[in-house]
Design a protein around this ligand. Structure first.
Ligand code: OOG
Ligand code: MG
Length: 254
């Protein structure tokens, strides 16, 4: 195994395509800035495969997720069109290595966050909100990673689905959130678990995007991060997230 940071992006890209996990890089190989550089190399590989960026995803914005994965700092990753599944659409379980699913809230961005000069203007960048599902799939063996490892692996991004956008969403500060598998509640939480208020995920994304030079086109998505721990993705069946007052989104696992 090579321990060069520049080769890690290729190893992770190949692991995803081959559905075969890789070992974590040696501790200390990467710092956070170096990990975002590896993430950017990985995105460039996906773009050269014909994919198009569709937005950002925040990670570790809730204590439930931090505790589940043992990482205690927020992270940001990039979404592409190849990851998107339509609401009501199907996702092939075999495309993943060891996928997990989590309930989220998504924002539709009408402006590039990098162009917003201060946090007080951030709400002007948001067009709408929607319930969302994220399917994560670490490219590391055992779904184990350090903070730089998971950043380099584009924050385990694998697939996502978004429900109907609501342009005048109800107050989203404290809404009940459920993750259901075949109609059974598997995780229950509140949007308040996301940094105390999911709008704070927007500010955190803005800060990280500025720090790491990420840009987004108008019409991009921002996933605020899971409100609950993730569940293993079932081999078949219906996976659904419902956010009280905001609606539901479901995908079929085939
Ligand atoms: C990293 C991604 C975290 C979230 O919503 O907190 C994330 C992982 O858990 O593998 O997407
Ligand atoms: Mg997530």
């Amino acid at each position: 195994m090579s321990s060069e940071p520049s080769q890690l992006a290729v190893r992770l890209h190949t692991a995803r395509l081959a559905r075969s996990p890789v070992e974590q890089p040696p501790a200390g190989l990467l710092d956070v800035a170096g990990a975002y550089a590896v993430q950017a190399q990985g995105i460039a590989l996906r773009i050269s495969d014909g994919e198009r960026p569709t937005g950002f995803k925040m990670g570790f914005t809730s204590r439930a997720k931090m505790a589940q994965m043992g990482v205690h700092e927020m992270i940001v990753g990039l979404l592409t069109d190849a990851m998107q599944v339509a609401d009501g659409g199907s996702l092939e379980r075999v495309r993943g290595i060891h996928p997990r699913v989590e309930p989220e809230i998504a924002f539709l961005l009408k402006r590039d966050l990098a162009e917003i000069p201060h946090a007080g203007l951030l709400s002007s960048a948001v067009e709408a909100a929607a319930p969302a599902l994220e399917v994560i799939d670490s490219r590391y063996a055992g779904f184990r990673f350090s903070l730089p490892d998971v950043i380099a692996d584009n924050t385990s991004a694998f697939s996502y689905a978004i429900g109907a956008w609501q342009s005048a969403p109800p107050g989203i500060e404290n809404l009940g959130i459920a993750l259901r598998l075949d109609g059974r509640d598997r995780q229950l939480g509140s949007s308040a678990a996301i940094l105390g208020n999911p709008w704070r995920a927007l500010e955190a994304a803005w800060q990280l995007a500025r720090r790491h030079g990420l840009r987004n086109a108008p019409g991009s998505v921002l996933m605020a991060g899971a409100a609950t721990a993730a569940e293993p993705l079932p081999t078949r069946g219906l996976v659904e997230a419902e956010v009280q007052g905001l609606g539901r989104v479901a995908i079929h696992i085939v």
